[in-house]
Write a protein that binds this ligand. Structure first.
Ligand code: GDP
Length: 372
């Protein structure tokens, strides 16, 4: 081989070797940039937690609640209202018909004395009426029922401060009557009507009562004064009244214990609460909560309370659960105390100021009138 060939071969071999080294290197692409890491989900800078004010509920205005609840009332009260209307519309109002009117009234818990009076008045008025068209009958019955409900009684709640002190309202009644629920509802009624309220959880025997009251109060921004479970109810009531005076609220509403164990025990307990609370001023109102479904038994219990404390008004609860609306008449007559509020359900605003005209309109299923 001539030296030129040798040189060419060597050059070729060198080129091949170089290519063998270089090509893979050239092929190796620069390592791909790792994908830019997704920006980490940045948690918002922890900021100091702003205290969020609790969202307060705005209770419904109290005016017109009874009208709004008329449907419920009319449904449950049909036994009294429609029963009477049906009987009085009969062609012949003989002794048998009047006996049935009487039975209807007694069956609706109107009570014996009030029934006798009502029947007497209805008898003489139907005689005078001559022809009995349904409208006239309805109007006459409405008038007589309203009269039996003593529309002239003062049903206002004494809840405005006097002499620079909050009005103190004691709420009494047997356990289960709806006392604590009613306290909560009354607080809402007062707030709805523009009052500021402190609640006293003096039912210290039922552990849940104070929590229940605190929940109600929290919803409308009212303060609750409570003691330890089993604390002396009178001292809790006293503290509540003092707190109300300090904070300058309009009304202090005190829920009391309603253990009807013995009359003496009840008398001691409630008597002490009232005495202690009265130290800082007179009690403006003592409301007795009565369960309308307990009928005449409830009346017997009510009397015990009226002997112990000076009850100024009755709150008749669970009227939605009875067809015996006549209990309102019986309660007022036998206790001589006005029914001021009625409970018509478990909802927070299912408590209405009692109004005889609206109530009777609901009983008789009227559509117009009394809509205030
Ligand atoms: P307390 O032991 O007397 O304090 O009774 P509560 O306030 O705990 O009430 C007893 C029960 O009665 C609860 O389930 C209430 O929701 C219910 N209640 C209270 N008022 C009314 C009312 O007007 N209608 C109905 N249907 N239930 C009511």
């Amino acid at each position: 081989m001539d030296p030129l060939t040798v040189a060419l071969v060597v050059l070729g071999v060198l080129l091949l070797v170089a290519a063998a080294f270089l090509v893979p290197r050239l092929r190796r692409e620069p390592p791909a940039e790792p994908p830019a890491p997704a920006p980490p989900e940045v948690a918002p800078e922890p900021t100091a937690q702003e205290p969020t004010a609790p969202v307060l509920e705005r209770p419904e205005p109290t005016a017109g609640r009874l009208v709004k609840l008329r449907g419920r009332l009319a449904r449950s009260e049909s036994a009294l209202g429609r029963g009477l209307l049906g009987l009085l519309s009969r062609d012949r109002l003989d002794e048998d018909a009047w006996e049935q009117v009487e039975e209807t009234l007694i069956g609706a818990d109107v009570g014996v004395a009030a029934t006798a009076e009502l029947v007497e008045r209805l008898r003489s008025r139907t005689k005078v009426l001559g022809t009995r068209n349904p409208d006239e009958l309805r109007a006459m019955l409405a008038e007589e029922l309203v009269a039996a409900l003593e529309p002239g009684l003062d049903r206002s709640l004494a809840a405005t401060p006097a002499a620079g002190r909050p009005a103190v309202l004691l709420v009494v009644g047997v356990n289960g009557s709806g006392k604590t629920t009613t306290c909560g509802k009354i607080a809402r009624v007062l707030v709805a009507d523009g009052h500021s309220v402190v609640l006293g959880a003096a039912d210290t025997f039922r552990a849940a009562a104070a929590d229940q009251l605190a929940t109600w109060a929290g919803r409308v921004g009212a303060e609750v004064v409570r003691g330890a479970d089993g604390a002396d109810p009178a001292s809790v009531a006293f503290d509540a009244v003092r707190r109300g005076a300090e904070t300058g609220v309009d009304t202090v509403l005190v829920d009391t214990a309603g253990r009807l164990h013995t009359k003496v025990g009840l008398m001691d307990e409630l008597g002490k609460v009232k005495r202690v609370v009265s130290k800082s001023g007179p009690v403006a109102e003592t409301l007795l909560v009565l369960d309308a479904t307990t009928g005449q038994n409830g009346l017997a219990q009510a009397r015990v309370f009226t002997e112990v404390v000076d009850v100024t008004g009755v709150v008749l609860t669970k009227l939605d659960g009875t067809a015996k609306g006549g209990i309102v008449i019986a309660v007022q007559r036998s206790l001589g105390i006005p029914v001021k509020l009625v409970g018509l359900g478990e909802g927070p605003d299912d408590l209405a100021p009692f109004d005889p005209e609206q109530f009777v309109a609901a009983l008789l299923g009227e559509t117009g009138g009394g809509a205030r």
